[in-house]
Design a protein around this ligand. Structure first.
Ligand SMILES: Nc1nc2c(c(=O)[nH]1)N=C([C@H](O)[C@@H](O)CO)CN2
Length: 118
């Protein structure tokens, strides 16, 4: 299976379950692996035949910046839905990190796989 990926996309948003978290913006980090037929774009050398990772990133930045969920689970699930519903992607693995959320830990977060592997 061919993959287009986006690594360490940092986005500021309102996220968290505590009162103090509802009043500030925190950084979340997205990592995505998306199934894509790499050979198709390679054959024509045209962006129209490839999965445009910049378009995916811009869409997710706009969504996450304007969101205000409590749980990383909810935000991650919504992001995966956007990728599957709005782009030519049949399967996605998504990691959503909340760096520094737990003292003593570099990061915490979720990893999900959604869709059907081609
Ligand atoms: N499974 C989860 N556990 C926790 C979450 C979460 O989103 N999913 N969130 C918090 C707090 O917001 C925490 O990040 C603040 O430091 C705690 N546990």
């Amino acid at each position: 299976m061919d993959i287009v990926f986006i690594k360490d996309l940092d986005i500021e948003t309102v996220i968290g379950i505590y009162d103090w978290e509802r009043k500030i913006r925190q950084t979340v980090r997205l990592n995505l692996e998306m199934s894509s037929d790499i050979a198709r774009g390679a054959a024509t050398d045209r962006i129209e035949d490839a999965l445009d990772y910049k378009a995916v990133a811009k869409r997710l930045i706009a969504f996450v910046e304007n969101s205000s969920f409590q749980l990383v689970e909810t935000l991650g699930e919504r992001c995966a839905e956007i990728v599957l519903n709005e782009f030519p992607v049949e399967w996605v693995r998504l990691e959503l990190d909340k760096p520094g959320a737990v003292r003593g830990s570099k990061s915490v977060g979720i990893r999900i796989e959604r869709g059907r592997k081609p």
